[in-house]
Design a protein around this ligand. Structure first.
Ligand code: GCB
Length: 599
């Protein structure tokens, strides 16, 4: 009992209770590259409670205290085993009708058994994605908190794990103006542990990450490799082998990391020929030459560069024929599967496309892996979307961390050619500082890709104008002429007025159409109007020399609480295919034809 307040539970007066949970962070700097490691899945049914008032964290339920500090018994308000069961991974909104609109804290719990396989091994708990703020507890101990709804994170739980374990995960999906994204977005706010969760065993000192790429010098003959150990105090060497190229290179690892460049003549990766090589990295700590850790991965070698107003893949000019896609499924929400990813890639190829914009946040890690195999180029982005709290340093830290986690996760994927640092943000000094710093961060983590963002048009001068462009390699433009601005003729004028000096990607255009709704080219939400708009857009793009690619908005209709008219019914209907991910609208054929004609 709290004597001063006279209440039974002091926590009910503690408005700053969350501070404690923000002191220990699970962040990108500790992100483990799990490629080639054996994982033990914790997917399945977990006990779950919707904890609208965040009482698990306020009242420290994870401590499982059934007495107050004076020893007086206290009735517990939780009931782990008595709670409902819910699937992991899943967007909780899709699990039960009463959770459809739930945006609070959800408490997940389960038990697991752990028996070490090797003396001194470390055990990591790995999340591929949970939205948005995730606090992790094991056996009564607070492990750490992660912010960001779409990037992976892991916690070293070696100090807290036992043979029989209870893990508790609190996922808070509230929308908040300080978060990335902020509280207003044009998509549905799915919550929960919606991607895989598993355990990973490593040796005491292990290979935490690596980065292998072709040096982008136009010669296609130098490979650069970085290897990062878990421990900065560790040394020794790494042996990197790429058998398909006859490569066996040693990297010294002073201070826990090493870098090397070596000559090679790889067969280049491209959409037409997505050649991947197997690679293996062994960590050899001491003079005995004994291997302490090994990882395996695949790598494609390709060069992407921007020069003048063109983009070059492996030295050849390329027009990026793409489409945007959200991670949104009618029955699974934000949870995805390899089949769903392959089907989206199938639709892109049917459209004669070679490129996807994964909007507006990092998609499932398997997307880029499958794109590597299938030969699809990718734009990946962080949800620095609309009116982010650009002046808030904590918001910047969150955005930068999400960017770092995305880049570390996917920088070994040849398919990824562009990092985007944001979408349609109003031009203020704070936004300029925030986003140019993010662009610099992207470059510091990756010297082998292009950096972009969806930039701005000056609607008075009718030209592409955004001071952020100076920090980017490629200028992205979203334009909705013929839809939000019904005066389509502004588009050709804008394209003629502008002299961007860099390649421009039209990273959005489009209009809404409900599947099967017919009418004339004047009737809103008909397939006929959408088709007409696409025809006009395609004709304007063909005449513009500096457009290096386009990604219409969007491949599939997607759920969106802002879209409530009779045609939309809770969905953004700008898809070229309906929400069933099957029914094509008339404009699909327009894009198929346009891409078929573009080289
Ligand atoms: C945009 C946004 C996208 C929206 C789209 C729309 O410019 O970038 O997230 O969904 O427009 O449909 O209005």
């Amino acid at each position: 009992m709290n004597e001063t307040s006279g209440n039974y539970q002091a926590d009910i007066h503690d408005t700053g209770y969350e501070r404690f949970y923000l002191e220990k962070r699970l962040e990108g700097s500790a992100l483990l590259n799990i490629s080639g490691r054996k994982t033990e899945s914790l997917n399945g049914k977990w006990n779950f409670a919707a904890d609208l008032y965040d009482t698990c964290r306020r009242a420290s339920w994870y401590k499982e205290e059934t007495a107050d500090p004076s020893g007086r018994p206290r009735p517990p308000d939780w009931d782990w085993e008595g709670w409902d069961r819910i699937s992991v991974p899943a967007s909780w909104n899709m699990e039960k009708p009463e959770l459809f609109y739930f945006e609070g804290s959800g408490v997940y719990t389960r038990t697991f058994r752990y028996v070490p396989h090797e003396p001194g091994e470390r055990l990591h708990l790995r999340f591929e994605g949970a939205s948005y703020r995730t606090s992790v507890f094991l056996n009564g101990e607070f492990i750490g908190t992660h912010d960001g709804g779409s990037t992976p994170f892991n916690a070293d739980i070696s100090g807290a794990v036992r043979e029989e374990n209870r893990v508790i995960v609190v996922v808070d999906a509230r929308r908040d103006p300080r978060r990335i994204p902020m509280e207003n977005t044009d998509w549905f706010n799915y919550g929960g542990i919606y991607r895989d969760i598993f355990l990973v065993r490593t040796p005491p000192v292990f290979i935490r990450d690596w980065f292998i790429r072709l040096v982008p010098d136009g010669k296609f003959s130098t490979i650069k490799a970085d290897v990062f150990l878990s421990d900065k105090a560790a040394g020794g060497k790494a042996l990197l082998e790429i058998p398909g190229l006859g490569i066996r290179e040693e990297l010294a690892l002073p201070g826990g990391r090493g870098q090397a460049e070596f000559s090679a003549k790889p067969e280049l990766w491209s959409p037409e020929s997505p050649k991947l090589y197997d690679l293996r990295i062994a960590y050899i700590p001491g003079a005995s030459g004994k291997t302490a850790d090994t990882v395996e991965d695949t790598a494609g070698f390709r060069e992407i560069r921007a020069r003048g107003h063109e983009i070059f893949l492996n030295g050849k000019r390329i027009f990026l024929k793409g489409i945007c896609v959200h991670e949104d499924h009618e029955t699974l929400g934000k949870t995805t599967t390899p089949d769903i990813i392959r089907a989206a890639i199938g639709h892109l190829k049917e459209m004669n496309g070679n490129y996807l914009r994964l909007a507006h946040y990092p998609h499932d890690a398997r997307f880029a892996r499958i794109a590597d195999e299938e030969g699809v180029l990718l734009w990946e982005e962080v949800p620095v979307y609309w009116a982010v709290a650009f002046e808030n340093p904590d918001t910047y830290r969150d955005a930068e961390n999400q960017l770092a986690e995305l880049i570390q996760r996917d920088r070994n994927r040849a398919s990824v050619i562009i990092w985007s640092v944001g979408n349609e943000n109003a031009d203020t000094d704070a936004r300029y500082g925030f986003m140019s710093k993010l662009a610099a961060k992207a470059r510091s983590l990756d010297d082998s890709r292009l950096v972009s963002a969806a930039c701005l048009i000056n609607h008075e001068k009718l030209m592409i104008e955004d001071r952020l462009a100076a920090s980017l390699d490629v200028i992205g433009i979203n334009e909705y002429y013929g839809w939000y601005d019904p005066d389509f003729d502004k588009l050709p004028r804008i394209l003629a007025n502008s002299n961007p000096g860099k390649p421009v990607l039209i990273c959005e255009f489009g209009g809404g159409a409900r599947s099967g709704q017919r009418g004339t080219a004047e009737d809103l939400f008909t397939e006929d109007k959408q088709k007409d708009l696409y025809e006009k857009q395609a004709a304007a793009f063909k005449k513009c020399p500096y457009i290096a690619g386009v990604t219409p908005w969007i491949l599939y209709d997607f759920r969106c609480p802002r879209r409530l008219n009779r045609y939309q019914q809770g969905f953004n209907r700008k898809g070229l295919i309906g929400q069933d991910r099957k029914t094509k609208k008339l404009a699909f054929e327009v894009m198929r034809k346009f891409y078929g004609e573009m080289c």
